[in-house]
Design a protein around this ligand. Structure first.
Ligand SMILES: NC(=O)c1ccc[n+]([C@@H]2O[C@H](COP(=O)([O-])OP(=O)(O)OC[C@H]3O[C@@H](n4cnc5c(N)ncnc54)[C@H](O)[C@@H]3O)[C@@H](O)[C@H]2O)c1
Length: 453
C-alpha cells in the first residue's frame, strides 16, 4: 500500500508505543514505525503480550499493527524512509558529573540526533516528544544542521501530557495538544505538518501552537504544578493528623473554590512515577543555571515534601505498633506507582519497603500488575522480601497491611477474611485513603489513613 506520509518514532516506551498506536489508529493512510534499540521490548510489541500494561492499549494496537503500525529494531531503515521523526527516548536524571541528581541526562537524545544526521538522505522534521530542558531544540538544531550533506532539518516540540493508567483515554481525548515551532517560514510549515497529524481526531481549538521554548518549558511547568498540588495537600495532611482536622473535608471544601478547582487534591502516601520528580529537579536545575536560586529552591521543596511524606508512613506504623517492626510480617498492598499501570518507577511503595527493611520487618508484596517489576526493583534484597499474587495469602499471618497503590481490587476484598488470618491486634495503614475505615474498624482493625487524626 502507498502511504501518504511516513512517520517514525524512536523509543518504544510508555510514551512512544501508546502515542504512535493512537496516531496509527486515527491516521490509517500514514505508515507509523516505532523503533527501539531494546530487542526484547520490540519483540513484546510484536507479540500478544505488550511490554506495558495500559487499559485499552491492546485493542488499539491490534487494530493497527501490521496494517500501518510497525515495530522494529532497524533504526536506520526507519530514519531513511521517514518524513517526520518523533524522538521519544528516555531522559532520566543525570547520575554523574555536573548536575548529577538534578539535570537531565541527554545522552540518549544526542545519540539519536547524531544517528538521524548520519543516516538521513533528505530533509526531515524532527519532533521532540521526550520531556526536555528548555532550549534543547537549539542543541538538536545545531547537531542536525551541522551535516555536510546540505540537508535541512526542522525541529518541532510536541511534549506529551498523557498520564499512565489513562494513556489511551488521554490520547483519544486530550485536554490539549501542544506544538512548538520556530517562527520562521520553514518552522511554521513544519509545525503545521505536526498539527495536521493530530487534526485527524483532535478538535482544532485543542491544538495549541507556541514558540519552541514556551513549548519545552510548558511541559516541565505542567508537571511541576501537578506535583505541587499533591505536595501541598500532603503537607496539610500532616497538620490534619496532629490537630484532628480531616484532610478530605478540607480538600473537598477548598476544591469548591473555582479558583482552586477540585482535581489533584487527594492526600496520599505521595506521588511517584518516572516524570514528576525528574522534571521538577530538572526545572530547579535550570533555574539555578539561569541564576535563579530562590526559584530553584521553591520547586525543589515540592520534591522534598514528597520524600518526607513517603518516609513518614513507616514512622507512623512504628509509633502505632509498639515501636518495633523487627521480625513482623507486613503485607504491602500495591507496588505500582499508581493504579492501572505496571510501572513502578519512583513508586512510593519502593520507599516503604526499603524503610520496612531498615526496621528489619518482613515485607510481603502483592500487586495485580507489577510483580515482575517489583522483583526487578528489589533485586538486591530479594532474600528479605516475599511476593504473592494473592492479597489474602500476603496478609496471612501479617501484623499489618499497608495500602500503597489505589487498585480498585483492594476496595472489594473480603476484609473480614483478611482480618481473620492476621496476627492481633491487626493494624492497617491506608496510604491512599481508598478504604471504608469505619467498616474496617467495625471488623476489628486498628486503622490509620492519611490526613485524619
Ligand atoms: N511515562 C510517562 O508517563 C511520560 C509522560 C510524558 C512524557 N514522558 C517523557 O517521554 C520520554 C520517554 O518516556 P518513557 O516513559 O516512554 O521512557 P521509556 O524508558 O519507557 O522508553 C524510552 C525508550 O527509548 C529507547 N531508546 C533509548 N535510546 C535509544 C536510541 N538511541 N535509539 C532507539 N531507542 C532508544 C529505550 O530503549 C526505551 O525503550 C521521557 O522524556 C519522559 O520524560 C513520559
Amino acid at each position: 500500500m502507498a502511504f501518504d506520509k511516513r512517520i517514525l518514532c524512536i523509543g518504544a516506551g510508555y510514551v512512544g508505543g501508546p502515542t504512535m498506536a493512537m496516531i496509527a489508529d486515527k491516521c490509517p493512510t500514514y505508515k507509523i514505525t516505532v523503533v527501539d534499540i531494546n530487542p526484547a521490548r520490540i519483540a513484546a510489541w510484536n507479540s500478544p503480550n505488550l511490554p506495558i500494561f495500559e487499559p485499552g492499549l491492546d485493542e488499539v494496537v491490534q487494530r493497527a499493527r501490521g496494517r500501518n503500525l510497525f515495530f522494529s529494531t532497524d533504526v536506520d531503515a526507519g530514519i531513511l524512509e521517514a518524513d517526520i521523526i518523533f524522538v521519544s527516548v528516555n531522559t532520566p536524571t543525570k547520575t554523574f558529573g555536573q548536575g548529577s541528581g538534578m539535570a537531565s541526562d541527554l545522552q540518549y537524545l544526542e545519540k539519536t540526533a547524531r544517528q538521524i544526521m548520519r543516516v538521513s538522505q533528505g530533509p526531515k522534521i524532527v519532533v521532540e516528544k521526550s520531556t526536555l530542558p528548555v532550549r534543547t531544540a537549539e542543541a538538536l538544531d545545531h547537531i542536525l544542521n551541522s551535516n555536510d550533506k546540505g540537508i535541512r532539518f526542522e525541529i518541532v516540540s510536541n511534549p506529551e501530557f498523557l498520564a499512565e493508567g489513562t494513556a489511551i483515554r488521554d490520547l483519544q481525548n486530550p485536554d490539549r495538544v501542544l506544538i512548538g515551532h520556530h517562527q520562521t517560514e520553514s518552522g511554521k510549515v513544519a509545525g503545521q505538518a505536526v498539527v495536521d497529524i493530530y487534526a485527524h481526531w483532535v478538535p482544532a481549538d485543542r491544538i495549541l501552537t507556541t514558540n519552541v521554548w514556551s513549548s519545552e518549558l510548558t511541559k516541565l511547568t505542567a508537571n511541576a504544578f501537578l506535583a505541587q498540588r499533591v505536595s501541598s495537600i500532603n503537607s496539610i495532611s500532616a497538620l490534619c493528623e496532629r490537630t484532628g482536622a480531616d484532610v478530605e473535608e478540607v480538600a473537598q471544601v477548598i476544591g469548591r473554590d473555582s479558583r482552586i478547582g477540585n482535581k489533584f487534591l487527594k492526600a496520599s502516601i505521595g506521588f511517584g512515577g518516572s516524570c514528576f520528580k525528574k522534571d521538577i529537579l530538572n526545572l530547579a536545575y535550570l533555574c539555578q543555571h539561569y541564576g535563579l536560586p530562590e526559584v530553584a529552591s521553591y520547586w525543589k521543596s515540592v520534591v522534598d515534601i514528597n520524600e518526607w511524606q513517603q518516609h513518614r508512613m513507616v514512622g507512623r506504623m512504628l509509633e502505632q505498633m509498639f515501636n518495633t517492626l523487627a521480625g513482623k510480617r507486613i503485607a504491602v498492598f500495591g507496588f505500582a506507582f499508581k493504579a492501572d499501570t505496571g510501572d513502578t518507577r519512583e513508586s512510593p511503595a519502593h520507599t516503604v519497603v526499603r524503610d520496612l527493611l531498615a526496621e528489619r520487618a518482613c515485607p510481603v508484596i502483592t500487586d495485580p500488575k507489577a510483580m515482575k517489576e517489583a522483583q526487578h526493583d528489589l533485586a538486591d534484597v530479594l532474600s528479605l522480601v516475599q511476593f504473592s499474587d494473592d492479597p489474602y495469602e500476603a496478609a496471612n499471618g501479617a501484623h499489618a497491611v499497608i495500602v500503597c497503590t489505589e487498585w480498585a481490587q483492594f476496595r472489594t476484598l473480603d476484609w473480614k477474611r483478611v482480618y481473620a488470618s492476621m496476627e492481633k491486634p491487626a493494624f492497617l495503614l491506608d496510604g491512599r485513603n481508598i478504604l471504608d475505615l469505619s467498616a474496617l474498624r467495625a471488623i476489628g482493625f486498628e486503622v490509620q489513613c492519611v490526613g485524619k487524626g
